[in-house]
Design a protein around this ligand. Structure first.
Ligand code: AMP
Ligand code: MG
Length: 306
């Protein structure tokens, strides 16, 4: 069995595999990732090919602490340092000017690198045991649904991994917030697990969404995070519809999600996964509220619809 319970032996096995240039399945608080040694070019190339991910779509480098991030960057502006001290470990990724320690294949040729410290205890234990920085894009084929449970990793992806360490269901459930700190202005390239409001409170000023985020952040495709079944947003689910809503289900192909943005995000991909197994012609999603706290959820829903 490739999916291992999170024992000390499993963590050492995963760390050994990483040191030998293999890929492993890593639980994080956001989604499950495909981890590889960030300094090993062959391992990075294997990651791109396993996901079918275009080479210009840069990977996020995961480290166990701010201290371990320092060698990977050429500067840490004051704003980035404050964000890191507040939100690491956690679902916040900082884009910073890269150092020569980061291979160009990791960043798709950009002169910046995206870095985060995850807070999942198993991810931290594997980072510590491996003693290296790890790239860890989500463990799904390109554009597909990110797995939030070990057993949601697609068989084709699983086949390319030495093991998956099972850390249980992910508690954030959507990807990290990506914040660009490499220029004069701090901007959000992708909403995610840390809300804009929390970042603004910390920095004491409004933070822009980069109008250029599609150019600055080459992975921001219009379609992404999609279940296999076509998806459509609606006001309300009807009695015969399959999909995700806020009220009590009207049939066995409806899933009720909480009217709370964090809890909704936690269960969103999992519910798409479950509904995808029912192979319907179409899945419907009741539109969530428009408030700022729902920004990350709306981002994922719009991209999942494509
Ligand atoms: P993920 O899909 O969670 O692996 O996150 C990777 C995404 O982070 C990429 O698709 C980019 O949009 C963004 N990203 C990674 N590295 C950079 C970078 N150096 N500059 C800007 N955005 C980046
Ligand atoms: Mg992804």
């Amino acid at each position: 069995m490739k999916i291992l319970p999170p024992t000390d032996e499993a963590i050492l096995f995963a760390a050994d595999a990483l040191r030998s240039g293999e890929l492993i399945g890593l639980p994080t608080e956001t989604v499950y990732g495909i981890a590889a040694d960030a300094a090993n070019q062959d391992a990075i190339l294997k990651t791109f090919s396993l996901k079918g991910r275009p080479a210009e779509n840069p990977l996020i480098v995961h480290v166990s602490s701010l201290v371990n991030a320092e060698p990977l960057v050429s500067a840490i502006p004051e704003s980035a340092r404050r964000l890191a001290k507040t939100f690491w470990p956690g679902p916040l990724t900082l884009v910073l000017p890269k150092s020569s320690k980061v291979p160009n294949v990791v960043t798709g040729g950009l002169d910046t690198v995206a870095i985060r410290v995850p807070r999942h205890p198993v991810a931290l234990a594997i980072l510590e045991a491996a003693g290296m920085a790890l790239t860890a894009p989500s463990a799904n084929p390109f554009m597909g649904l990110s797995p939030t449970r070990a057993d949601h990793i697609a068989p084709d992806v699983l086949a390319g991994l030495a093991c998956v360490v099972d850390g249980g269901p992910c508690d954030v459930g959507v990807e990290s917030t990506v914040v660009d700190c490499s220029g004069d202005l701090v901007s959000i390239l992708r909403p995610g697990g840390v809300s804009r409001a929390m970042i603004e409170i910390m920095l004491g000023e409004p933070v822009l969404t980069s109008a250029e985020s599609e150019r600055r952040s080459p992975g921001m495709y219009r379609r992404h995070y999609s279940p296999k079944t076509p998806l459509r947003l609606v006001e309300k689910l009807g009695p015969f519809d399959a999909g995700v809503g806020f009220d009590a289900p009207l049939n066995s192909r409806q899933i009720q999600l909480p009217l709370n943005p964090q809890q909704y995000a936690r269960h969103l991909y999992e519910s798409f996964y479950t509904l995808d197994q029912m192979a319907r012609l179409e899945l419907l999603v009741e539109s969530p509220p428009k408030g700022a706290e729902w920004e990350a959820v709306w981002d994922r829903l719009k991209k999942a619809v494509g």
